[in-house]
Design a binder for this molecule. Structure first.
Ligand code: AMP
Length: 432
């Protein structure tokens, strides 16, 4: 369609078609995750795209940006409040509780790949429908799990040849030590309230930890001298964090302690992490926004918040489109689509009809054959065969149909040979 005659109906803002030419990138990411998931024995899970709104308002947290500003909310005909899922973790925990997975051998390891929805201002790397893949381990409180989750995300990225990765990590404590730290933080920011941005003034009342990851310059200046949670962790959280870092050291993973990383969701306890790709120094580097590729952490209280018993757990999610953007611009070699080696040309109505059946015979025997049903002349069909670079063209004309035969033409030499139709699949299989 010419540009001047653009279609009136377009996909919703921030939501995109994935055209055939881009499907291969999604397959690459899916395969990379699946192979690592299989190795570490994670079971794949699909949860509904729509959940009860309450799952996210309770789980993700009433005061979070996701719930306050970014959810697509809808009402069912029965009057239920539903939401398009903005993230995966609450659904996983809901499913764990709903299906009594606490009676399975623990820990339960699950992974997923699917669409998520957030009402954001669309921009580079930020969409309203995007895909995430996630790994979650439920039923284990050990620090080794936190390290393994981080390592798994790192491995998925590395297996797709992503370079210059850096893991940012922090501990945000738990219900023993965080309340006291929150008080310290509120006291610190309250006396500087007038210098904070309007969002942070709101956060001060609802979610003071979130101020720590505000990107506004005027807030940044104040944040720099704010008390850091790492100095106020209780013994349990402190020891856990130390152990996670020791595991990461043993694994040789490149991490960086970031005392301002809080992740903004209510359910995190102890470890939080994000994985970035280091930006190459650009002239306008001050303006470049660093988008995280993956993020997650430990959430030991989420199951309880959702009405279950306490289930210690840790996990995270990775943004598929952000990875694809990097792969597209990298030296990662994307396998070319399989090319057909055979072309089936047909002349006349009866031959066309028989060719449909013949195509099915080839498919059932796993022989990749191309055909162009819209072209009727032999010349144009052979031209198409030539363009595809096939080795053999099979020609089925009126005469051949009557005699139960088919012509096999070697496209390089131009030599032709007649073969019985009922033997053609076998003959071709031998030749290619
Ligand atoms: P989050 O839990 O918000 O940190 O999301 C996990 C990952 O999903 C991020 O690190 C991003 O790679 C990706 N992601 C989050 N929001 C979006 C979005 N609106 N568009 C594209 N990718 C996103």
């Amino acid at each position: 369609m010419s540009k001047s005659k653009k279609a009136k109906l377009r996909s919703p803002s921030g939501m995109h078609d994935i055209l055939p030419r881009d499907q291969k990138y999604y397959r690459i990411v899916y395969k990379a995750a699946k192979s690592i998931a299989d190795f570490y024995r994670f079971g794949q899970i699909n949860t509904p795209i729509v959940e009860d709104l309450e799952l996210f308002s309770k789980g993700t947290g009433e005061s979070t940006d996701i719930v306050q500003k970014q959810m697509f909310v809808l009402k069912s005909r029965g009057g239920k409040n539903l939401a398009l899922r903005p993230e995966g973790t609450p659904s996983i925990v809901r499913s764990y509780l709903e299906h009594g997975m606490s009676s399975y051998p623990q820990p339960v390891k699950l992974w997923y790949f699917g669409s998520y929805f957030r009402y954001e201002r669309p921009q580079a790397g930020r969409f309203r429908q995007f895909r995430q893949l996630g790994f979650e381990v439920l039923g284990d409180q050990g620090a080794a799990i936190d390290a393994q989750i981080i390592q798994i995300f790192h491995s998925v990225l590395e297996s797709m040849k992503l370079e210059d990765l850096v893991i940012e990590i922090n501990s945000i404590g738990d219900y023993q030590c965080r309340p006291y730290y929150k008080k310290l933080l509120v006291n610190y920011f309250r006396s500087r309230q007038s210098s904070l941005c309007s969002d942070c003034r709101r956060r001060l009342k609802q979610n003071p930890l979130r101020i720590l990851d505000c990107k506004e310059e005027k807030c940044q200046r104040i944040i720099k001298s704010a008390p850091q949670i790492i100095d106020h962790l209780c013994k349990d959280c402190h020891d856990h964090f130390k152990e996670v870092l020791e595991f990461l050291d043993d694994l040789g993973l490149p991490y960086h302690l970031n005392p301002y990383l809080v992740r903004g969701l209510d359910y995190y306890t102890k470890t939080v992490f994000e994985i970035f790709q280091l930006e190459k120094q650009k002239e306008d580097s001050e303006k470049t926004v660093r988008n995280a590729l993956a993020g997650g952490g430990r959430y030991d209280n989420l199951a309880k918040v959702l009405g279950g018993k306490e289930v210690p757990a840790c996990g995270g999610a990775m943004g598929v489109e952000r990875i694809i953007e990097i792969i597209k611009n990298s030296k990662f070699s994307v396998k070319k689509a399989k090319k057909p080696k055979v072309f089936l040309a047909q002349l006349g109505k009866r031959a066309k009809r028989l060719s449909l059946k013949l195509m099915e015979d080839f498919r059932k025997d796993n022989v990749f054959v191309a055909q162009v049903l819209t072209k009727d002349s032999l010349k144009s069909q052979l031209k198409a065969a030539d363009r595809l670079g096939v080795k053999y063209a099979l020609i089925l004309g009126q005469k051949e149909v009557i005699e139960g035969e088919i012509l096999v033409r070697n496209m390089k030499t131009g030599k032709q040979k007649t073969v019985k139709i009922n033997r053609i699949v076998k003959t071709i299989k031998k030749k290619i």
